[in-house]
Design a protein around this ligand. Structure first.
Ligand SMILES: Cc1cc2nc3c(=O)[nH]c(=O)nc-3n(C[C@H](O)[C@H](O)[C@H](O)COP(=O)(O)OP(=O)(O)OC[C@H]3O[C@@H](n4cnc5c(N)ncnc54)[C@H](O)[C@@H]3O)c2cc1C
Length: 214
């Protein structure tokens, strides 16, 4: 389920329950609300219930109750009933700032970077787990196919670094929807295009998006 107000994105989807339980009634429901903040707002949000300043995020039980109450009040103003049904039963919401990054090389000597350590796309992609899994498979295949470990790692870097990079570049395109740091005309045009939810659906639900970067 997508809800796309201006400079916000709400995405909800079912996920497995504990012990990978897929039975109806035992699954969990991911509810994500992306909102635009800035460094000062984040700093203030990172002061916990005991007044302690954290750097990037706060352990969920320590998130200040006034922040959670404010979030709930703003949701009641803005969200449609179907989303409020879900939000109201979340006992322990938490927040996390969004960053992205690309490692220019994912092999350094005998160290190979996989998953989020290799590249970390903005979460519009919903691609982190698949990429981490495919990184692992590619590393296993390279080690299987080469007796020389350095050659295997070079092959892993050759195949997977560009894929991680493309995923991050695509996630930045999707991220222009939020209207933050629109530096180029291309960014601004993309931002305008993605204000139409049909364009957002077109761009987000593209299984073979990597082909556009070949
Ligand atoms: C809120 C949220 C929602 C997400 N939703 C989705 C989604 O819907 N779909 C999707 O595909 N992806 C999603 N992701 C992204 C996804 O979780 C990651 O891309 C994925 O988990 C990356 O796997 P990884 O193995 O690289 O890293 P991780 O899963 O982070 O694993 C790293 C592990 O290393 C451990 N570790 C760290 N430091 C040390 C140390 N010094 N010694 C030993 N162990 C250590 C950590 O405890 C952790 O278990 C989401 C992420 C977040 C935060």
């Amino acid at each position: 389920m997508f809800f796309l107000p201006e400079r916000q994105e709400i995405i909800c989807y079912p996920i497995a329950g504990f012990d990978n339980d897929l039975r109806p009634g035992h699954r969990r429901f991911n509810f994500i609300w992306y909102r635009v903040g800035d460094a000062q707002a984040l700093k203030e949000m990172c002061v916990d219930e005991n007044g302690h300043q954290h750097e990037h995020s706060v352990p969920p039980p320590l998130i200040r109750k006034d922040l959670i109450a404010q979030m709930r009040a703003e949701a009641e103003e803005e969200m449609p009933p179907a989303l409020l049904d879900a939000l109201r039963v979340i006992e322990q919401p938490f927040f996390t700032p969004i960053y992205d990054f690309i490692a220019p090389a994912i092999v350094h000597g005998r160290v190979a970077l996989l998953g989020d350590a290799a590249s970390n796309a903005r979460p519009h992609m919903g691609f982190g787990v698949s990429k981490a899994g495919d990184d692992a498979r590619a590393l296993a295949a390279a080690l299987r196919d080469h007796d020389d470990i350095d050659k295997a790692l070079a092959e892993f870097n050759r195949i997977r670094q560009p894929i991680g990079e493309k995923i991050v570049l695509h996630s930045r395109k999707l991220g222009t929807h939020m209207g933050v740091d629109l530096k180029t005309k291309e960014d601004r045009d993309m931002h305008l295009l993605l204000q139409d939810y049909r364009a957002m659906m077109d761009w987000i639900a593209v299984p073979d998006f990597l082909k556009a970067y070949e």
